[in-house]
Design a protein around this ligand. Structure first.
Ligand code: NAP
Length: 353
């Protein structure tokens, strides 16, 4: 089968190769993959920002066998994919051949609280991921794709939609709430659509007026260009008559964290997910206490969280925002496009083209 291998650090380390098709074991299914969506995580892994490159394991093996933390590069990258079941292993119940599915990224975190062992099987990080014609995944990590979504749209769901959904739930967003989104990337665009479906007001900051116009057309209430208005936290307070944002989706990290705290409402939630602006944070503690802020970390989510996120997509008829679709042969171009950060929403690779 056709696959992408990441053998050395750097986008040029992504190479197309031909390897044997994997076989499903007990409790596993073989899926024919049709599309992959890229996440900042995939870029960080490929460029060595998420850990050092280790030796690739035997091609075709279903796990890189390394512990997350002493991160290895996966043989086959791509944390998010969509496909159809073509073969079932022993002990698989409740799934039919031909069903359209997305696998959760944290393959063995099915439901409930996260535990340390859940970090050991991350698709495209510690185990083989989406950039191959076929993949073996645990049946318990699967969620059905709503009929109205095509392969490319469905491939955007596992990481970005789950994370955005968890933020909306944890932030207790309801009609009248204010949500602040940092940037116009994949997670922000899902959060925008979920927040609007929940009746909230959405403020987005971005590097670009053109992107702000596009997200306003998609329902954002207010946009702030963070280059033109570096004190965007004060602008958020002004726009909300001093109230602040009930939920801040902190997808940037070091360069924004202190301002996110300033922009938050009393009893608000800072949902900490990202590090595109640095993984180390310096922040004032007094407003955290004075405003009784909830600072909540998130690690994507369980299969159960993905199922809830997909259910909300279905009931609210949310169409994922895809900026551009690349062919499999242009995988490196897709990574470089994400790296340039000119996109809004998701960047997708079609495995059928
Ligand atoms: N922990 C979790 O559960 C989890 C899950 C998913 C993602 N994440 C993380 O969340 C982050 C975002 O992921 P993504 O997939 O949405 O990324 P993405 O699609 O690559 O979007 C990143 C966006 O961040 C914005 N940005 C960059 N610097 C900024 C700054 N200083 N202030 C405001 N915005 C800034 C840019 O938007 P503009 O061009 O509009 O400025 C950029 O397009 C990443 O760090 C990713 O690893 C974490």
């Amino acid at each position: 089968m056709k696959a992408i291998h990441l053998s050395t650090a750097g986008i040029d380390g992504l190479k197309i190769c031909d390897i044997s098709r994997p076989q499903p074991g007990y409790g596993e299914v073989l899926i024919r993959q049709h599309a992959v969506s890229l996440n900042y995580l995939d870029l960080a892994l490929a460029t060595g920002k998420f850990g050092a490159v280790s030796q690739p394991v035997i091609p075709g093996a279903d796990s890189a066998g390394e512990i997350f933390g002493a991160v290895s590069q996966p043989v086959i990258p791509g944390a998010d994919s969509a496909g159809e079941i073509v073969e079932s292993g022993e002990g698989v119940e409740g799934w039919q051949i031909g069903e359209r599915v997305v696998p959760g990224m944290m393959s063995h975190w099915h439901a409930g609280a996260i535990r340390s062992e859940h970090h050991q099987t991350l698709r495209g990080v510690t185990t083989n991921g989406g950039l191959a014609e076929y993949a073996v995944v645990p049946a318990k990590s699967l969620v059905r794709i709503p009929d109205f979504l095509n392969w490319q749209q469905a491939a955007t769901l596992p990481i970005a939609a789950t994370t955005a959904w968890n933020a909306i739930v944890r932030g207790k967003i309801q009609p009248g709430s204010t949500v602040l989104l940092l940037g116009t990337g994949g997670v922000s665009l899902f959060a925008l659509q979920y927040a609007k479906a929940a009746g909230a007001r959405v403020i987005i900051i971005s590097s670009s007026d053109e992107k702000l116009d596009r997200v306003k057309a998609l329902g954002a209430d207010d946009g702030i260009n963070y280059h033109e208005v570096p004190e965007w936290d004060q602008r958020v307070l002004k726009l909300t008559e001093g109230h602040g944002a009930d939920l801040v989706l902190e997808s940037v990290g070091g360069s924004t964290f202190a301002k996110s705290i300033n922009a938050a409402a009393h009893n608000g939630t800072i949902f900490v997910i990202g590090f595109v602006g640095g993984a180390e944070v310096s922040m004032p503690v007094l407003p955290v206490m004075q405003k009784k802020l909830n600072i909540v970390g998130n690690n994507t989510g369980s299969t159960s969280d993905l199922r809830a996120a997909v259910r909300a997509i279905e009931t609210s008829t949310i169409y994922p925002v895809i900026d551009r679709i690349f062919t499999f042969a242009d995988t490196r171009k897709a990574y470089r496009y994400l790296e340039a950060a000119g996109h809004i929403g998701k960047v997708v690779i079609s495995l059928d083209a």
